[in-house]
Write a protein that binds this ligand. Structure first.
Ligand SMILES: C[S@@+](CC[C@H](N)C(=O)[O-])C[C@H]1O[C@@H](n2cnc3c(N)ncnc32)[C@H](O)[C@@H]1O
Length: 270
C-alpha cells in the first residue's frame, strides 16, 4: 500500500484538525471565493479549508489519500447540510481521475506537500488548474522555529534514515525548490509568489495534553514515538517535545493552549 496512505490513516488527524478550524476559515476568507467557483482542495483531511470554501458557495472537490479522513469529511459536510462539496480518495502526485484545466482554484494546505514525487505534484497542480486560475499552497518551512516545523524536525531525528531518493516534504517550504518545480511545470517564475503566514492551534487543555493528542493521533508523531521506543529513547523524545509545546504556548488562560505556527503561503497564477 502507498506509505503515505498508511501514515495518514494511522491515528486520527481529525483530532488535530479540530484545533485548526479558526485559521482554516481565516485563510479561506482571504481567497476571494465567490459562488460557483470551482475549487479543488488537495490533501483536504476532513475539510478544514474545503468546508469553509463550500460554505462560501464554491463547488468543492476535496481529495485526500486517507480513507478515514475522506469519511470524516463526508460526515462533517452531511451534518452541515452542504450539497456543493464532494470528498473522494486520491493521490496528489497522480490525479489521473481529474481532467485538465478543471478548477479555478486549487488549494492545498499542509496536504500535497506530504505526497511523494514532488515534481509530479507540481505538474498535476498546474494541469488541473484553468488558465487564469490560481494554486494556493500552505507549506511548513524547514528550520523554522515554530511548532510544526520543529515537531517534524525532532520526529525525524528519532526516526530511521529515509530510503535513498526520498525528497523531504519540507522542501516545499524552500522558495527556490518551489519555483523550480512550478517553472518546470510551465509556470513563469514571475507568477509564483511566496509569503509567510500563520496558523494558530487552539486546544482546550494544557500544552502537555495537546502533545498527548499529537502522540496518539498524528501519524508522523506516532511513527517517531515507535522508532524512539525501539531505540530506548522514548523518554528523551517525550521530554524534548514536551518542552517545545510548553515554550510555544502563548495562551494567557490557564489550562488552555494557543500555539501560532509559521508557514509558507505559495500562490501560483496559472
Ligand atoms: C497535515 S494534514 C492536513 C489536512 C488538511 N489540509 C487540514 O488543513 O486540516 C495532511 C493531509 O494530507 C493528506 N495527504 C498526505 N499525502 C497525500 C497524497 N499523496 N495525496 C493526497 N493527500 C495526501 C493526509 O492524508 C492528510 O489528510
Amino acid at each position: 500500500m502507498n506509505p503515505n496512505k498508511v501514515l495518514w490513516e494511522k491515528g486520527d488527524f481529525t483530532r488535530i484538525a479540530a484545533t485548526m478550524r479558526e485559521s482554516g476559515e481565516a485563510l479561506v476568507a482571504s481567497l476571494g471565493i465567490t459562488r460557483g467557483l470551482e475549487v479543488l482542495d488537495l490533501g483536504s483531511g476532513d475539510g478544514t479549508t474545503a468546508i469553509p470554501a463550500a460554505e462560501l458557495g464554491a463547488e468543492v472537490l476535496a481529495v485526500d489519500i486517507a480513507a478515514n479522513l475522506v469519511a470524516a469529511g463526508k460526515a462533517r459536510a452531511e451534518r452541515l447540510g452542504l450539497s456543493n462539496i464532494t470528498f473522494q480518495e486520491g493521490d496528489a502526485s497522480d490525479l489521473h481521475e481529474l481532467g485538465d484545466e478543471s478548477f479555478d482554484l486549487v488549494v492545498s494546505i499542509f496536504g500535497a506537500m506530504f505526497a511523494s514525487r514532488p515534481d509530479e505534484v507540481a505538474n498535476e497542480l498546474v494541469r488541473v488548474t484553468r488558465p487564469g486560475g490560481r494554486i494556493v499552497m500552505g507549506n511548513w518551512i524547514p528550520g523554522d522555529p515554530t511548532l510544526v516545523a520543529q515537531v517534524l524536525r525532532i520526529s525525524s531525528t528519532y526516526s530511521p534514515p529515509p530510503p535513498a531518493g526520498f525528497v523531504s516534504p519540507m522542501t516545499w517550504g524552500v522558495e527556490e525548490d518551489v519555483v523550480r518545480r512550478f517553472t518546470a511545470a510551465g509556470v513563469p517564475a514571475s507568477q509564483i509568489s511566496f509569503e509567510r503566514d500563520t496558523y494558530t492551534f487552539h486546544y482546550p487543555g494544557t500544552p502537555s495534553q495537546f502533545l498527548g493528542e499529537f502522540r496518539t493521533y498524528y501519524g508522523p508523531m506516532i511513527n517517531a514515538y515507535a522508532a524512539a521506543a525501539a531505540d530506548g529513547r522514548e523518554g528523551e523524545l517525550h521530554a524534548e517535545l514536551g518542552a517545545l509545546f510548553e515554550e510555544q504556548n502563548v495562551s494567557t488562560t490557564a489550562g488552555t493552549t494557543s500555539i501560532p505556527a509559521t508557514f509558507a503561503r505559495v500562490t501560483v497564477a496559472v
